[in-house]
Design a protein around this ligand. Sequence first.
Ligand code: FMN
Length: 326
Amino acid sequence: MTATAPAALTSEQIGALARAVSRAPSVHNSQPWQLLVRGTEVDLLERRDVVLRRHDPFGRDRLLSCGAALTNLELAVRVLGRDCHIEFPDRDDAVATVAIGRPRAVSARDFSLYHAIGRRRSHRHAFFHSRVPAGVRAALVAAGETTGVHVVAPAHLDKLAELLGFATRVLREDRGYQRELAMWTAHTRVTGDGVPEDAMNEEALPVAGLIRTGTPVPDDVVLAERLADENLLVVCTDGDTEAEHLAAGAALERVWLTATAKALVGSVITQPLHLTGFRARLVSELSLPGVPQAIFRFGYPAVPTAPSPRLPLGELFPDGPTGGLR
Ligand SMILES: Cc1cc2nc3c(=O)[nH]c(=O)nc-3n(C[C@H](O)[C@H](O)[C@H](O)COP(=O)(O)O)c2cc1C
C-alpha cells in the first residue's frame, strides 16, 4: 500500500495561518516576519530589514518576536487538524520551516491556546488584582519550559527594583533611544505597525511600558513594593545563541497565551535588558538559572485593552498577496 502525500493547503487555510502569525507580539510591534508557502511546507522568514538600532542593536528581540510568531503558526496548523513538524534550516533568512503533515485530532489545549491568539494583547495598565492561584502560576511556568528554556519567578525584588530604576533613569535620558521610540509610536494608524499612543501607560508600573522622557521613576523601595504587587516571570535560556533567542520567544508566547486562556492579562519587558551589563547583573543579583531574555508581568485586568494594529496580511508574503489576502 502506498501512502498518499499530505494535501496542500487551501488559500483559506493559508489565510488562517497568516492571521495567527500576524497577531503575535513583536518588539515595538515591528512584525519582523514573513511566510513563504511551498506546498505543504511553510518557511517563517525573519525580516532583517526591520532594524531597531537603539532598542535592539543585535536583533535579539527581532528573533524573540519570530519565536512568538512560530508558536502561533504551529498552533494554527494543529488547529487545522494537521500534523506539524518544525525544522530549523541552515539558511540565512528562514528561521524555521513548518512541515504540514497528515490529518490528526486537535487537542483541547491547542484549541484553547489558538483561540487565545486573538484575545492576547499587551496590557501595560495596573492590575485589578494579582492574586493568581498557585496552580495557574504553575501552568504558566510549565507552558514555557522546554529544553534549554527556564521560566522562573524572580526572588529579591529589592534588587530587581534597584536595577529597573537605574535602567529607567538611563533610558529616559538617552536621546537617540528616545528619538527611535518616538518614531515607532508616531505612525501606527497609517502603516499598521508601531506602538499606538493609547497602548502606553506610565501610571501603572513605570517600568511596565516603554520608558519615555516623561516616565516617572519612584524610589527603589516604592518600586519594589509595586513589583511585589504584580506577578513576574523571567524567561531564561541556558546560553545566548540565536537558536535560544528564537526558543525564548516561542516559550514567551506559550506562557502569554496560557495566561490569556486563563483570563489573565500581561505585558513584556525587555527594554532594560539591552543596556550593557544589565543581563549579567540580573543573573547574579537574582540568582537566575540562565540568561534572561524577557520579563513577563501578569494579573487580572481592571480595564479592557484595545488590540494594536497590524500590517495588511498581504505584506506577510514576500511574493505578494496570496489567495486574495489583504
Ligand atoms: C521580543 C519582544 C520584546 C518586547 N519588549 C517590550 C518592552 O520592553 N516593553 C513593552 O511595553 N512591550 C514590549 N513588547 C510588547 C510589544 O510592544 C507588543 O507585543 C506590540 O506592541 C504589539 O502589541 P500587542 O502585544 O498588544 O499585540 C515586546 C514584545 C516582544 C515580542
